[in-house]
Design a binder for this molecule. Structure first.
Ligand code: ARG
Length: 269
């Protein structure tokens, strides 16, 4: 398990794919992409469509090849497996404010510090905070503080691969995936799953829609009762991408909300 996680992380850093971690045939789960209502050639995350400019203004692309969300204007919430540890770190660039990473209007800000989840060892606790050199003038994404809304349909978004083995994307892609309960997810993953720390989502029967390599660290979110976006998950891992019976696994944000808040305070947020 440990080496599997390391493999995912390394492959993410180079924008490649973690297929070899499992002995299943590559490509077997490249489920047919859903038709794109806009008629464009792009159908992505896996099985998603292009997000509109400004639709998810809290989305951030990180230079090591991960996603993230603005927890505060100068703090990005991402995955622990996207970073190397905690401490001063000026090597990460966050790109925000655009769906097109090549848009000249993109805002790019460097990191100053990283705080990886205390006790992170590759199983569960897959969250980290990145402090930015200056605030980004975009709306932040509220995190779930309890498990009340850890159900229903979730939105996923990212610039990661559009299929197993696929390329990183220039344009932000989005899709909707249904909640998968712990029992069903444990059936898929056995004790690789850490149910208290993780929440699963995907189309169990058909597959076809999922996050994938390079989406890690990005948010999974839904509307709260007031109609505001609420982050319930952080893209963490899965066996392949969008395979039937193999849902995406996300850090369960509500389980860490208090720790995240405390950590943000320590970063000066
Ligand atoms: N670990 C991957 C990354 O670093 C994310 C994989 C998500 N996989 C999935 N099937 N939902 O980008």
């Amino acid at each position: 398990m440990r080496s599997y996680r390391k493999y995912l992380k390394r492959s993410t850093a180079v924008g490649a794919i973690a297929l070899a971690a499992f002995s299943l045939q590559p490509g077997s789960a490249s489920a047919a992409p859903a038709p794109d209502p806009s008629g464009s050639v792009h159908t992505k995350v896996v099985g998603g469509t292009k997000a509109d400019q400004g639709e998810f203004p809290f989305m951030v692309r990180l230079s090591m090849g991960c996603g993230g969300a603005l927890y505060a204007k100068d703090i990005v919430l991402t995955a622990a497996h996207c970073v190397d540890g905690s401490g001063d770190n000026t090597s990460i660039t966050a790109t925000a404010g655009v769906v097109d990473l090549e848009d000249s209007a993109a805002v790019k800000v460097n990191s100053t510090k990283v705080l990886q989840a205390p006790g992170y060892n590759g199983k569960g606790k897959d969250w980290a905070l990145i402090k930015l050199a200056k605030p980004i003038d975009q709306p932040t994404l509220k995190i779930a503080e309890d498990d009340k809304l850890n159900n229903g349909d979730f939105t996923i978004a990212g610039w990661g691969a559009d299929k197993e083995g696929g390329d990183q994307q220039r344009y932000l892609l989005k899709a909707t995936v249904p909640f998968v309960d712990d029992a069903a997810c444990q059936k898929a993953y056995g004790d690789q799953l850490t149910p208290g720390d993780e929440i699963c989502a995907g189309k169990l029967d058909t597959g076809g829609i999922d996050t994938c390599q390079g989406d890690s660290g990005g948010p999974m979110f839904r509307k709260d009762d007031a109609g505001q976006w609420l982050q319930v998950g952080i893209v963490s891992w899965g066996e392949g991408c969008a395979r039937p019976g193999k849902p995406g696994v996300y850090s369960e944000v509500s389980a860490f909300a208090a720790n995240i808040k405390k950590a943000a305070g320590e970063l000066g947020g």
